[in-house]
Each structure stands twice: as structure tokens, then as C-alpha cells.
Design a protein around this ligand. Structure first.
Ligand code: NAD
Length: 712
């Protein structure tokens, strides 16, 4: 029998194989079409006495990638997610109580709803491929598994393991899944997969789910178990400390597992669907999906890349400067299979840069994440040198030498004397405008900014900066390279601080300005964390170093004055100067806003003498709003000035670049979610109290008047 989405074929052994193959989709997704087809398959199998068991497989590369986000995005009433979730569960429950064995033959990723389908099978046989992912990643989009995931996982693996898998949303590789009991067996190849699944059916004609056995007990006990008392006492506070209440899905997951652990299967399933509906309707989930799913998808498909130039790959890369950044760029590129020439002024410096890769790889080897052969192959792709001639044949050269115009100009000229006419030349400068640096180039059209973040091997973003003369071909090739090394590119036009550094700085500076007004430093730091930022502003400034910020401030002032423009100092500047003058330049000196020791950081007690706390402290929400509105407004200005070319780049750049509170969906989505009119009103209130930096960006004022959003 063939339905549109699932083909059913029964073999001579009496085992029916249902192959999921959602038409017109690159992957299988849990939607009405798939679930209706599955329901039909289940009834066919139930009604055919000759069929001894059912194997659920997939014709796509993935087993099933999860829920259909397009469908979820259309829900406007909480009854819709509730009913969709209950409908899915009815099919899965019928399937697992058929009275015949049902086995999932998992040859590709089984994520989210895909894993939930597999959990409703009595066995899961999985292809032994370390790249294959199993997991419940819903929490990352502000959701929880609404297809029975919280109910079945806590009954299969125990409450603690279920909370971990669902609460953290990490992928699980097959070998680990086997060890933890999530899967039944591994298969060597696709033939073996089907053979094992069929054999399992035949060997277990009376298979039942553990929770359908009369004497079923939760592994490790149900929610009342004394052994779990401590978990229930601690987990909510640990989660609150991590999320500051900004991620309701995390709380809903705990509630669903906890309550489900007190109830019978059906009641637990209904409770889960209610929490699922609450998550699906939450603004946090909408923001996360809008940005991290749709806008991220658009970016990765090339929305910010010029369409015309054909896709390119870099085969040989030159990296100039083997310091912290150059070493990292060499590593991530060699990891992506690119031949790298790593150049510095001395062989020792270049070798030190390569040793960085060795260190990372040795660590990965100790953790079992690579093999000696892979490590050696990667290292063999990095060639260290002091000779520019070795750059011959490079498709791309990335410069990461000292942040000094003269040094950068010199290396540009030396490299250009050697590389081919087609090669692209990029600078990893963090502060110097690209158009100015391109003046040292013989071919400024092939000159671009590729701004990496530190540490390069961990940070997922690269900010591509288009100089005045950079051509489309060069932009396309820069873009393709960033994808080639597995990072996410955003594309911005040239400007002081580009996009990320410019907006990020407003957060830190706002926190520092509060000190001057008598806000207690602890309140400032708390506000940053409550706002959902990964680090509080004063600690972050210590990490960045106050002397570096002062250097950038001085450079900006000089540049603006040279251009005949007026420089307006930020109130925080005076604080930074004062601390720097006292040698409190940040973490690298062991002292800044904090005293930094081996045992962690403590706010410097002298800060309260220099900036005494006012008797009356502002409401915490006022501080949180200031820290967020100032960033969002600056991001909107970047859009006004054409520094940002798209809303998606602004949102993704803010989350991946400096950790802008993801639940808001990014610095620009913060405005859309609040409503442009409300944002403008709030920004004006803050401007009246705290200064003109809060005056809403002109495009926001225009949009507020006409009721438009930033995103289309
Ligand atoms: P670094 O001081 O660690 O490394 C610079 C390296 O360049 C050194 O190894 C030095 O020997 C080498 N070098 C200097 N002059 C050279 C020359 N003429 N030829 C070849 N090599 C030369 O600096 P870094 O932190 O790696 O920064 C490098 C660049 O990346 C700077 O432009 C910086 O602004 C930018 N950047 C830094 C960060 C960061 O967080 N550190 C982030 C983004 C961008």
C-alpha cells in the first residue's frame, strides 16, 4: 500500500516496513500529513493478521527532523497547539499498543518530534554513525517536546536523565544513546539496520512498552521518590539562576516532567500538551523561532550574499599574523580541509600559532573527539613560514597582524606582490574602517573585512565588512568561505566599530554610566544578567580591558576631529579614564571594576568610595530597560545609516556576536516584539532622564507613526 507520505511494504517474513517520505520536502517533519499517513499505516497493520510487526523507516537522509515550524508559526490560539499535540499522541499511543512489535529503524537524525515517534516504538535500532543526531532540541526554540517526549523519556530512562535530555536540548550520538539505554541496538549499515529491525520484530512478538507492563516502575523512582527530593529542591533554583526567569520553557519542562511523574500515562500526556501549548504561545518562543529559525535559515541560504557570482571554495588560505586571532583562523580553516599558510615575522611566532592548533587537538583527542590520524592530517595542512613567497596560489589571504594602520598597510603590499590576480584579501581588524585600510591595496575591489570573534574556534559568527570599493564577487567569495568553515556570516557596510563592536559597546558603557549616577554596582551587574546578557557590563568591561576601550575612544576622537566632526564623549568615559589612571585596566592586570584572583572575581571595594551609592536606588526594571533599549536603539541607527543591510543580519549578529539576550530574538526583534510605538515612547522617557543617546532612531519614529515593524 502506498500513501502520499508513507509507503508500506510487507516482506515474506511477515514484517511490514513503513517508509516515511514526505512529498515535496527535503526531510520528514511531524505535521498533519505525516501523522495522518502514520495513523493509516497503523490501522492497516492492526487489521492484517498476516503482519507480524512493523518497522518504521525513512527514505530521506534523516529519520525525521522534528516538528513543522511553519505550521507552529501559524498558531494563534493555545487550543491549536494543544489539539495538534494531543492528536499526535493519539496516533503514537495507538501504535505502541497495537499488540504487535513496532521498531524504529533510524538511519539519520531523529530529533524533536522525530525522536518522539521513535520513542513510541518498542525498540530503536540506530545506524552507528557518530554524525547521526538524536535528541529533543525543542528547548532551544522555547518549546518542549509535545509528542509525549517528557512522558516517555522519564519512564524509559528515569526522571533525572529525561530532565537533562529535554532541559539541555543537546544532541546525542548513537554510541552514547546506546550506553544510556535510549536506543536498543546499533547497526553497521543500512542493510544491517533493516535486517536487525526485522529480526527484533520476529524475536519479540509480544513486545510491550515498559510503562504498559502491570508492574511498571519509573527507573530511579517517580516524582515522589526520596532519591529525587534533592533534585526537585535544587533544579528550579539552578534553572532560575541560569535563566533569570527569561525562558519559561525551562520551567514548563520541569513542571511537565514532575507532574507527569505523579500521574498515569494518559493524564501525564494531557498535562504535557498543556505545557506545550503554553510554550508555543509564549513571546519568547516566537522570538527564538523568528530569529534563530527563519532569519538564520535565510542567512545561511545566502540572503545577504550577492546572487550572481557562482559558489566558490577556498583551497589555499594565507593567514598573516599568527597571534591569538591568526592562530584561531588557521585552526578553523584547516579543520574545514583548507590548506593554510600561517605567516609571522619570525618562525618561532608562526610555530607558536600552529602550536595553538596542536593544543586544541590534543585536548580533543583526550576527550575522544578526534583521532591521532585526523589530528595529524589537520596539522599537516598548516604550514608555518616567514616568507611571503609561500602565499603564492592562495585564493584568500586574511590579515590578523597588530591593530596598526602602518603595519597592516605594509603586509597588504607584501602579500599582494605574491598572490594571484583573482585572490581576495581580507582584514580581521576590529576597529579600523575597511575603506581606509583598502587604500594600501592595489586592488581595493578585492579587499574586504572578515571580522572574527575571540576565541575563534568557539565563536560562531563572522562579521563581513563591505568597504566602499569592495565588489560583489569579493563579497560572495568571503561569504562562501565563512560558510565553508561552518560559521554564520552577517554582512555589514563599513563604519566605525562596524555593527557588532559599536552596539556591544553601548551595553557596557551604559552599565558604567550608571555608576556615576550612584547606582550600586551590584545592581548594575544584576540588571545585566536579569536582562539576559551572558555577562554583566562591568565584568565584561574588565574582560575586554579598560585600556583597550580607552585606546578605541581616543582613536575615535582623533578620527572624528580630523574629519571636522564634533566628538561627544559618553558619560562612562570619565570613569574609564579614572580607573585606567589608577592602573585598574581590567582582568589582564588582575584589577579593574573587580579584583580578579585565582578564586574568581570580587567587586573592588574602592568603587563604592569613588562612586558612592545613592540612598535611593532606581527600580531594577529601569536599569534592565536602559541596558536593552540603548543597544536596540543603536542597532536601529545602524539600520538607518545603512551599516546594517538587513534586519536578519542585525538580529543574528547580536545573538551570535555578543550574546544579546536570545529570548528577545535579537537587538532589532526586541523593538518589534515590544511594538515600535511603545519602544519609541520608552526610549523618549529614557532620553529625558538619561541623555540624548536614548533619542529613538529616526526610522523608528517614522515607523511608529505609520504602524510599521522593522521586519517585513
Ligand atoms: P596578537 O598581538 O595576538 O597577534 C598579532 C600577531 O601579528 C603577532 O603574532 C605578531 O607577531 C604578528 N605580526 C605583527 N606584525 C606583523 C607583520 N608585519 N607581519 C606578520 N606578522 C606580524 O593580536 P590579535 O589579538 O590576534 O589581533 C590581530 C588582529 O585581529 C588585530 O587587527 C585585532 O584588532 C583583530 N581582532 C582581535 C580580536 C581579539 O579579540 N583579540 C577580535 C577581533 C579582531
Amino acid at each position: 500500500m502506498t500513501s502520499a507520505a508513507i509507503t508500506l511494504e510487507t516482506g515474506a517474513d511477515g514484517v511490514a516496513v513503513a517508509t516515511m517520505d514526505l512529498p515535496g520536502r527535503p526531510t520528514n517533519l511531524v505535521n498533519d500529513e505525516l501523522m495522518t499517513a502514520l495513523a493509516q499505516v497503523v490501522e492497516r497493520v492492526a487489521g492484517d493478521a498476516a503482519v507480524k510487526g512493523l518497522v518504521l523507516a525513512s527514505a530521506k537522509a534523516e529519520f525525521c527532523a522534528g516538528g513543522d515550524i511553519d505550521r507552529m508559526s501559524k498558531w494563534t490560539d493555545p487550543r491549536e497547539p494543544y489539539e495538534a499535540s494531543m492528536a499526535m499522541k493519539a496516533v503514537l499511543r495507538r501504535m505502541e499498543t497495537l499488540g504487535k512489535p513496532v521498531v524504529a529503524a533510524i538511519g539519520g537524525h531523529a530529533l524533536g518530534g522525530g525522536l518522539e515517534i521513535a520513542l513510541a516504538c518498542q525498540a530503536r535500532i540506530v545506524l552507528d554513525d557518530p554524525r547521526l543526531k538524536l535528541g529533543q532540541p525543542e528547548v532551544k526554540l522555547g518549546l518542549l517536546p509535545g509528542g509525549g517526549g517528557t512522558v516517555r523519556l522519564s519512564r524509559l530512562l528515569g526522571i533525572q536523565a529525561a530532565l537533562q535530555i529535554i532541559g539541555e536540548g543537546h544532541d546525542i550520538a548513537p554510541a552514547k544513546a546506546l550506553a544510556m539505554g535510549l536506543v536498543t541496538a546499533l547497526a553497521q549499515d543500512r542493510d544491517d539496520l533493516l535486517a536487525k529491525a526485522r529480526a527484533w520484530c520476529l524475536a519479540h512478538p509480544k513486545a510491550r512498552q515498559p510503562w504498559d507492563e502491570p508492574k511498571f516502575r519509573f527507573p530511579g523512582g517517580d516524582s515522589r521518590a526520596p532519591a529525587l527530593a534533592q533534585l526537585w529542591a535544587l533544579a528550579p533554583s539552578v534553572a532560575a539562576a541560569r535563566t533569570w526567569g527569561n525562558y519559561p520553557a525551562v520551567t514548563h519542562i520541569m513542571s511537565s516532567v514532575f507532574e507527569g511523574g505523579l500521574l498515569d500515562f494518559d493524564a501525564a500526556s494531557a498535562v504535557e500538551s498543556r505545557y506545550f501549548a503554553a510554550c508555543a504561545m509564549s513571546p519568547q518562543s516566537r522570538n527564538l523561532i523568528g530569529t534563530l529559525w527563519y532569519q538564520m535559515g535565510a542567512i545561511r541560504k545566502g540572503a545577504s550574499r550577492p546572487a550572481a557570482p557562482p559558489a566558490s571554495t577556498v583551497r589555499k588560505l594565507g593567514v598573516l599574523g599568527a597571534g591569538m586571532m591568526g592562530a584561531g583562523i588557521a585552526y578553523v580553516s584547516a579543520k574545514a580541509g583548507i590548506e593554510v599558510v600561517l605567516l609571522d615575522t619570525t618562525q618561532e611566532a608562526a610555530d607558536r600559532g600552529k602550536a595553538y592548533s596542536q593544543g586544541l587537538l590534543d585536548q580533543a583527542l583526550r576527550k575522544g573527539r578526534t583521532t591521532p590520524a585526523k589530528r595529524d592530517a589537520l596539522l599537516a595542512r598548516i604550514r608555518t613560514t616567514t616568507a611571503y613567497a609561500d602565499l603564492a596560489g592562495c585564493d584568500l589571504v586574511i590579515e590578523a597582524v597588530f591593530e596598526d594602520r602602518a603595519v597592516k598597510a605594509a603586509v597588504t603590499q607584501q602579500a599582494e606582490a605574491v598572490i594571484g590576480a583573482e585572490a581576495v584579501y581580507a582584514s580581521n581588524t576590529s576597529t579600523l574602517p575597511i575603506t581606509g585600510l583598502a587604500q594600501a591595496s592595489q586592488r581595493p575591489r578585492q579587499f574586504i573585512g572578515l571580522h572574527f570573534f575571540s576565541p575563534v574556534d568557539k565563536m560562531p559568527l563572522v562579521e563581513i565588512i563591505v568597504g566602499e570599493q569592495t565588489d560583489d564577487q569579493t563579497l560572495a567569495r568571503g561569504f562562501d568561505y565563512v560558510l565553508q568553515i561552518g560559521k554564520t556570516p552577517i554582512v555589514v557596510n563599513d563604519s566605525r566599530g562596524f555593527y557588532t563592536s559599536r552596539v556591544f559597546a553601548t551595553y557596557v558603557m551604559e552599565g558604567i554610566a550608571m555608576l556615576l549616577e550612584g547606582v550600586h554596582p551590584r545592581h548594575i551587574e544584576q540588571a545585566g544578567l536579569q536582562a539576559g546578557m551572558p555577562m554583566p557590563p562591568l565584568a565584561l568591561q574588565d574582560e575586554v580591558s579598560l585600556s583597550l576601550s580607552l585606546h578605541v575612544i581616543e582613536q575615535t576622537r582623533k578620527d572624528l576631529e580630523a574629519e571636522g566632526r564634533t566628538y561627544r564623549p559618553h558619560p562612562a568615559e570619565a570613569v574609564i579614564r579614572r580607573l585606567c589612571a589608577a592602573g585598574r585596566v581590567g582582568r589582564k592586570a588582575g584589577r579593574g571594576f573587580y579584583d580578579w584572583g585565582d578564586d574568581g572575581r570580587r567587586l573592588w571595594p574602592g568603587l563604592r568610595e569613588w562612586y558612592p551609592a545613592a540612598a535611593e536606588q532606581p527600580p531594577q526594571q529601569e536599569l534592565i530597560d536602559r541596558l536593552m533599549v540603548v543597544q536596540a536603539n543603536e542597532a536601529a541607527r545602524c539600520l538607518d545609516e545603512g551599516v546594517l543591510r538587513s534586519v536578519a543580519d542585525g538580529n543574528i549578529g547580536s545573538i551570535l556576536g555578543w550574546g544579546f539576550a536570545p529570548f528577545h530574538g535579537g537587538a532589532l526583534q526586541y523593538i518589534d516584539a515590544m511594538g515600535v510605538q511603545r519602544f519609541v515612547a520608552r526610549a523618549r522617557e529614557l532620553a529625558a532622564r538619561h541623555g540624548s543617546r536614548f533619542e529613538p532612531a529616526p526610522n523608528l519614529v517614522r515607523r511608529a507613526a505609520s504602524g510599521l515593524r522593522l521586519a517585513g
